[in-house]
Design a protein around this ligand. Structure first.
Ligand code: CA
Length: 232
């Protein structure tokens, strides 16, 4: 089961190690960068699910990188937690104004950092928090890759599971095929939109084991949604 990926941007080796270790031992997939330039290259290669960004980097200020991420369509919505020794109120405000989701001041406890990471995922991308998602009779445990419906375990393929987990993070919301490809399969993937329909069919078939196939609804002309409300 693919876990959420975190890019740790920090030039000080001991802090980078501490942050990376704290995140990876909590089940996140971690990549590291020790400069703004290295971070940009890493982000070009693969969009992370969250960035932990140091303020003071050798080549550029972290906050400038943050501003760049916020004006680019591809990176605009990636959650960012700023990490810094600066604790002054004005810096904190500048960080949040530039679009940081949260702000952690050094020295910090690794447990606090990880709980901030979880909180940001809960807020920004609930399906990536690693926590159990419940919706109606559905209970999705992302860490164990388990689904049960009304207490009954339901088996399905990995792609279908990821699709369901994504939809369950945003119940009632309609997603186009392109949005589902982005959200479930990640960017830089070249899959035909028709493939989404195939996975939706398989997902419904799996849900049928518990007579729950109607939860995944087609919204004509728009896409798909997860909803307890009956169709039409
Ligand atoms: Ca630094």
């Amino acid at each position: 089961m693919a876990s959420a990926s975190i890019l740790v941007v920090e030039d000080e080796p001991s802090i980078q190690e501490l942050v990376a270790f704290s995140c990876s031992s909590n089940g996140y997939r971690v990549r590291r960068a020790d400069s703004a330039g290295a971070a940009e290259a890493a982000i070009r290669g693969e969009l992370p699910d969250l960035v932990i960004l140091d303020w003071m980097l050798p080549d550029r200020a972290g906050i400038e990188l943050l501003r760049d991420l916020r004006v680019d369509d591809r990176t605009r919505s990636v959650p960012v937690i700023m990490l810094t020794a600066k604790g002054a109120e004005s810096d904190r405000v500048a960080g949040l104004d530039a679009g940081a989701d949260d702000y952690v001041v050094k020295p910090f406890s690794p447990r606090e950092l990880v709980s901030r990471v979880r909180a940001v995922f809960r807020r920004r991308a609930p399906q990536k928090s690693g926590e159990v998602i419940e919706y109606g009779a559905l209970r999705i445990d992302p860490a164990r890759h388990e689904l049960d419906i009304g207490g009954r375990p339901v088996k399905m393929g990995l792609a279908e599971f990821k699709l369901l987990r994504f939809l369950a993070g945003y119940p009632e919301r309609v997603f186009s095929r392109a949005q589902l490809l982005d959200g479930v399969w990640g960017d830089h993937v070249f899959i035909e939109e028709r493939t989404v329909d195939v996975h939706v069919l398989r997902l419904r078939k799996a849900l049928k084991q518990a007579q729950a196939q109607d939860l995944v609804q087609t919204v004509r002309g728009l896409g798909y949604r997860l909803s307890k409300r009956s169709e039409h």
